[in-house]
Design a protein around this ligand. Structure first.
Ligand code: SAM
Length: 277
């Protein structure tokens, strides 16, 4: 699909493994003794980073030994969190080839490859048999996917009845105003599909989920960016290891636009937890 290629292109860096290793070394990390959490400044590509993943995981009813599907896994920060900290087995799928190969490389580097596998593919056409997973989650991916009814239908098919499906996406809080671009998930409006929580709820229910929980993380996000800016001002710029590596030259503009539309009340990162009927 042409749109999927545009999205994958948007996220492709070109020499990501090298850039991450260089930044880890520049921030004083011993590359031969890395822990999964050392990667968190660069491998959690969503608002609030590692803390947001911890908070999100606390909302999910999951335990050790479950097999989870990570939809749009990116560099795999959340998959390594669920494997390392929660004892789950995780399969990650992502459109962007370079993210999948880098996720594999990083999982091997922190010795988690026996618990996680990554695959390149589309969330709209999941290459898994029905009922393959005990549960699924998706962090900051729905903003790139227009056909959310199909997305949720595919997730519902891939997980077992009773399985949990956790979402942490940027959602529309208010329709009164246009979003500014670029933002971290889209260079232009043609690859951005931010919807309201009400739309997510309706489409999840239509796909065979009961929505059990919903929580706007607006205040958390505003505080997160406030602290990020304060740290950068104090240190005279961002630290060597950060999401600017993934966002390229337009990183400052993407982040500034995102903060602006968050503060204007147009968007908010939001958790929604469903259960497959
Ligand atoms: C903002 S990143 C989030 C990555 C990861 N979930 C995280 O939180 O670190 C969005 C990811 O969704 C992936 N993505 C977008 N559309 C997709 C689709 N249709 N199928 C699979 N992955 C997709 C992108 O390639 C990208 O890795």
């Amino acid at each position: 699909m042409e749109r999927e290629q545009t999205v994958a292109q948007h996220y492709t860096h070109g020499s990501l493994e090298r850039a991450i290793l260089d930044a880890l070394a520049a921030s004083g990390k011993d590359l031969d003794a890395l822990a999964p959490a050392d990667l968190a400044p660069v491998d959690e590509l969503h608002i609030g980073g590692r803390q947001a993943t911890i908070d999100f995981a606390a909302q999910l009813d999951i335990g050790p030994g479950l097999h989870l599907l990570d939809i749009g896994c990116g560099l795999g920060g959340a998959s390594r969190y669920f494997a390392h900290e929660r004892g789950c087995r995780v399969t990650g799928i992502d459109l962007t080839k370079e993210f999948v190969s880098t996720a594999e490389f990083l999982a091997k580097h922190v010795k988690l490859e026996a618990h996680i596998c990554y695959q390149q593919g589309s969330a709209l056409d999941l290459p898994f048999a029905s009922g393959s997973f005990d549960g699924a989650y998706m962090l900051h991916v729905g903003m790139n996917i227009e056909d959310k009814a199909r997305l949720f239908g595919e997730v519902r098919r891939a997980i077992k009845p009773g399985g949990v499906f956790g979402i942490y996406d940027v959602m529309r809080e208010n329709d009164e105003g246009e979003l500014s671009f670029p933002v971290p998930w889209a260079s232009s409006p043609d690859m951005s599909f931010v919807e309201s929580a009400a739309t997510y709820r309706r489409l999840l229910e239509g796909a065979g989920f009961v929505v059990e929980k919903e929580r706007s993380r607006r205040e958390f996000a505003i505080e997160f960016f406030h602290q990020m800016r304060a740290r950068a001002a104090q240190d005279g710029g961002p630290p060597p290891l950060g999401l600017h590596i993934l966002m390229g030259a337009s990183a400052p503009q993407k982040v500034a636009n995102m903060i602006e539309i968050l503060e204007r009340g147009l968007i908010a990162p939001t958790e929604m937890i469903g259960r497959a009927i």
